[in-house]
Unconditional design. Structure first.
Ligand code: NAD
Ligand code: 89Y
Length: 352
């Protein structure tokens, strides 16, 4: 039987949303039954650019107008705007009864996040956060190998993201943000830490700024103590000069009681056992036709995240990175800023 087409609207036609639109179009062309039928951006030039690029005629500069025009005709909204708009757009979508995907960093504060999660729940709409790094193929393979039990119970982990890539060119707001690497990028790496090792009981963090031309911190080093007794180190930098810059790869080490995992640069996953043997797997992402270097792992993960969201929608199951789950990742970011300011370890808040 033919499955019903799931109809969505995109709000925010900026730099990153282009990936999201291309991924929705791929899913449509794969016969997955999903379509973006309306667009919104408060900037008429960005709106016109997306309308022409993706051939979506219904285009609005105000989200209210879009929802009024499509009353009862939308299944979901994909909110791809930056954080300050979430507090107004999420309740607006919830009031119109549509399921919601919202970009990270969600909501801007734990208080806002908590309120928006409650409003979505009261309106009986799902809230999924576009947290795609745990959907990067190499990261996912590492998570699944660990979860398979192949190296036994883990006791140590390190997730390392060090680059000197000029992220400010495409995302100039990052150079102006008082909070930079932890909120923009560390949030993803901390989410990978949760996906690998579970919730965090306490953490410590030190930060610094190397690039004098930006407002926030561009280096952060954290130590996390997880509920299950695992210790992990998360380290992030956008000030690291390397001839073979790994942007945007996260490199991962996990030591378990029966072996170790090493996710090396360029998509090599090593699985070491207790006998001194090592199996080497290539975990390179399948590049979408529209992907371009060096963004391929992220672009492929956008497609993987949205494919999972669509499957979850059809199966009526929650996605991994639903609002309540993402609250605990946001809480790690908040705790990290507090730990860096006080030089004390901090117990992160947790969704109850
Ligand atoms: P951007 O500034 O290029 O795009 C945002 C767009 O939203 C702009 O065109 C702006 O006009 C529009 N907008 C803002 N508020 C609006 C409102 N109330 N109504 C309608 N339109 C509105 O930003 P970007 O670089 O595309 O980033 C967007 C978000 O995506 C950020 O939160 C960023 O952190 C996130 N991001 C995620 C990833 C990832 O891998 N998940 C990667 C890059 C960026
Ligand atoms: O905004 C960031 C993200 O979410 O992934 C990488 C990025 O584009 C720059 O740090």
């Amino acid at each position: 039987t033919q499955q019903r087409t799931v109809r969505g609207a995109l709000i925010g036609c900026g730099f990153f949303a282009e990936n999201q639109m291309r991924a929705w179009r791929d899913l449509h062309e794969m016969g997955k039954g999903v379509e973006i039928v309306a667009l919104c951006d408060r900037d008429p030039q960005r709106l016109a650019y997306f309308r022409d690029l993706f051939g979506v005629e219904a285009a609005y500069t105000e989200a209210e107008t879009l929802f009024a025009a499509f009353a009862g005709e939308l299944d979901f909204v994909d909110i791809a705007t930056t954080t300050p708009s979430h507090a107004a757009l999420v309740p607006l979508a919830a009031r119109h009864g549509v399921d919601i995907i919202c970009q990270k960093p969600f909501a801007g504060s734990l208080e806002n996040a908590s309120r928006l999660i409650a409003q979505c729940s009261a309106s009986r709409v799902s809230l999924g956060i576009h947290e795609n790094f745990r959907w990067q193929h190499a990261v996912r393979q590492t998570i699944e190998t660990l979860r398979s039990g192949r190296i036994g119970r883990p006791f140590f982990g390190r997730i390392s993201y060090r680059s000197g890539f000029d992220v400010y060119a495409a995302q100039p707001y990052l150079a102006r943000a008082e909070r930079f690497i932890l909120e923009d990028l560390g949030i993803h790496v901390l989410d990978i830490a949760r996906a690998l090792f579970g919730e965090v009981a306490r953490l410590s963090c030190e930060t610094t700024r190397i690039n004098a031309a930006i407002a926030g911190e561009d280096v952060a080093t954290l130590m996390l103590q997880h509920d299950d007794g695992i210790t992990s180190v998360v380290d992030c930098s956008y000030a690291t000069r390397l001839a073979d810059d790994p942007f945007p790869q996260s490199l991962i080490e996990v030591d378990g009681v029966h072996g170790s995992l090493r996710l090396r640069q360029d998509f090599v996953l090593e699985i070491h056992d207790t006998g001194g043997h090592c199996v080497v797997q290539t975990v390179r992402p399948e590049p979408p036709a529209w992907s371009e270097s060096p963004w391929v792992p992220i672009q492929a993960s956008v497609l993987a995240f949205q494919a999972d969201w669509l499957e979850a929608y059809r199966q009526n199951r929650p996605i991994e990175t639903r609002g309540e789950d993402n609250y605990n990742t946001l809480a790690l970011v908040e705790a990290a800023y507090e730990a860096a300011a006080t030089h004390q370890s901090v117990i992160p808040e947790r969704w109850n």
